[in-house]
Design a protein around this ligand. Structure first.
Ligand SMILES: [Zn+2]
Length: 348
C-alpha cells in the first residue's frame, strides 16, 4: 500500500515557525509548548509532559505487539549570560557544542528573567578593523575574547543591569531562516527539522484516516544538546526506539541533503543491527532514497537512553544537514524522505 501523501507546504511552514522560536537547552519551553499546541489538533493523541519538561504524545492503538517510541529534540545550541563586563557588554557561557567562529557577528536575543527581550550581536573584543588592524585577526575566538554588544545605551555594568539583564539569562543566536529552491537554510535544523518530520507524518496519517500498526510514544526531547534528553521519559514497555535526528553532511560523509540516512555507528557506539535491517527493508519496499553512514563527532538521544539503562532496540534516521552546529542547510527532498520513512515505520 502506498504511503499517505505529505503536505509539503504544511511541513515547511511548521518547520519555519519552529525555527523562529528561540529554544536553547534549558530554555526550550516555548518550542515544546508550540509543538504541544500543534499536536493538540490531533485528538487521537494523548499529550503529557515529563517532570523534566519533555513532551510525550501517545497514539494508542489496539495491537498485540508492544509499543514503540520515536524521539526528536527541540532544544538547540545557545548560551547564558556569564558575566556583565565593566564596559556594559556581556560574556557568555556556551550551551552544547557552540564554537565561537560559527556565531561571530550573529544577532543574538537576551531573554531577561522578567521576560524582556534585548537584542545585540556577538563580536570579538577587538572587532573594529580601524582600531585593531592585524590584532583583530589574531584575537582568539574563545570565551574570554567574545562578547555581546547590546543594542541599548550602556557603557557600564550598572547601566546593563538597569536594562534588566542578569547573570544566567538566556542568550539565543538568530536562526536566520531562508527557504530557496527547496533548500532550507537556518541554524538549529538540528533537530527542529526532524520534529517537523514527525509532526508532518502524524498529520499525513491522520488526514488519510490511518493509524500506526501499534501504540506509539512520540517523545519531544528538551535536553538533547547536553547529552541526556531521552535518558528518561521513554516508558519501560517500549520495545523499539527510533531516534529521528540530523545526518552529517560534508567531506568523507555518505549523507547528503537529498536523502535520509540510517546511522550505523557514531561516537556513542553502534546501533541495533536487527532494527537497522528492518529500517533498510522499509526504505527499499517504499522506494525511499536513503544512505547509510558513520558519524565521528556525534552522539544521539537514543544512546543517552541506552546509557541510562533503557532496554530497547535502537535505530537512528534523519535528513542530511550541511554545516551542522553552524549555519546549517538541508533540502526538502531529504526532509520528505525522512517523513516517508517515519510513516513507513509507523505503519509497519
Ligand atoms: Zn541533534
Amino acid at each position: 500500500m502506498p504511503l499517505p501523501k505529505i503536505d509539503t507546504d504544511y511541513q515547511i511552514d511548521f518547520l519555519v515557525r519552529l525555527l523562529n522560536i528561540a529554544s536553547p537547552t534549558g530554555f526550550a519551553e516555548p518550542a515544546v509548548a508550540f509543538v504541544e499546541k500543534e499536536l493538540s489538533r490531533f485528538k487521537q493523541l494523548e499529550l503529557y509532559r515529563t517532570r523534566k519538561g519533555a513532551l510525550i504524545a501517545k497514539w494508542n492503538v489496539e495491537s498485540s505487539q508492544p509499543p514503540v517510541a520515536l524521539t526528536a529534540h527541540v532544544d538547540t545550541l545557545g548560551a547564558v549570560v556569564k558575566e556583565i563586563k565593566s564596559n556594559g557588554r556581556l560574556r557568555l557561557s556556551r550551551i552544547g557544542g557552540v564554537e565561537w567562529p560559527t556565531v561571530e557577528t550573529e544577532g543574538v536575543s537576551i531573554f531577561t528573567s522578567k521576560g524582556e527581550k534585548i537584542r545585540g550581536s556577538v563580536l570579538c573584543d577587538t572587532a573594529s578593523g580601524h582600531i585593531y588592524g592585524q590584532a583583530m585577526k589574531e584575537t582568539p575566538r574563545d570565551d574570554d575574547h567574545m562578547e555581546v554588544r547590546l543594542d541599548a545605551r550602556t557603557t557600564s555594568d550598572k547601566e546593563t543591569r538597569a536594562l534588566g539583564i542578569g547573570i544566567g539569562d538566556c542568550a539565543a543566536f538568530d536562526p536566520r531562516v531562508e527557504v530557496t529552491n527547496g533548500f532550507v537554510r537556518s541554524r538549529h535544523l538540528d533537530d527542529k527539522a526532524c520534529v517537523a518530520n514527525i509532526v508532518s507524518a502524524i498529520k499525513s496519517l491522520s488526514d488519510a484516516g490511518q493509524s500506526p500498526a501499534r501504540t506509539v510514544y512520540f517523545h519531544i526531547s528538551n535536553y538533547e544538546e547536553v547529552g541526556h534528553g531521552a535518558a528518561s521519559g521513554i516508558p519501560a514497555e517500549v520495545a523499539e526506539l527510533l531516534v529521528v535526528d540530523m545526518a552529517v553532511v560534508g567531506a568523507g560523509q555518505e549523507s547528503d541533503e537529498f536523502n535520509a540516512t540510517l546511522c550505523i555507528k557514531d561516537a556513542g557506539g553502534v546501533y541495533h543491527e536487527g532494527f537497522n535491517k528492518k529500517m533498510r527493508a522499509l526504505a527499499e519496499q517504499h522506494g525511499i532514497p536513503y544512505k547509510t553512514d558513520v558519524y565521528r563527532h556525534y552522539a544521539s538521544d537514543g544512546e543517552a537512553f541506552w546509557k541510562a539503562g533503557g532496554d530497547v532496540a535502537l535505530a537512528l534516521i534523519g535528513p542530511g544537514i550541511d554545516a551542522s552546529h553552524n549555519y546549517e542547510r538541508t533540502h526538502t527532498d531529504g526532509l520528505l524522505a525522512t517523513t516517508n520513512w517515519v510513516m513507513a515505520y509507523l505503519l509497519s
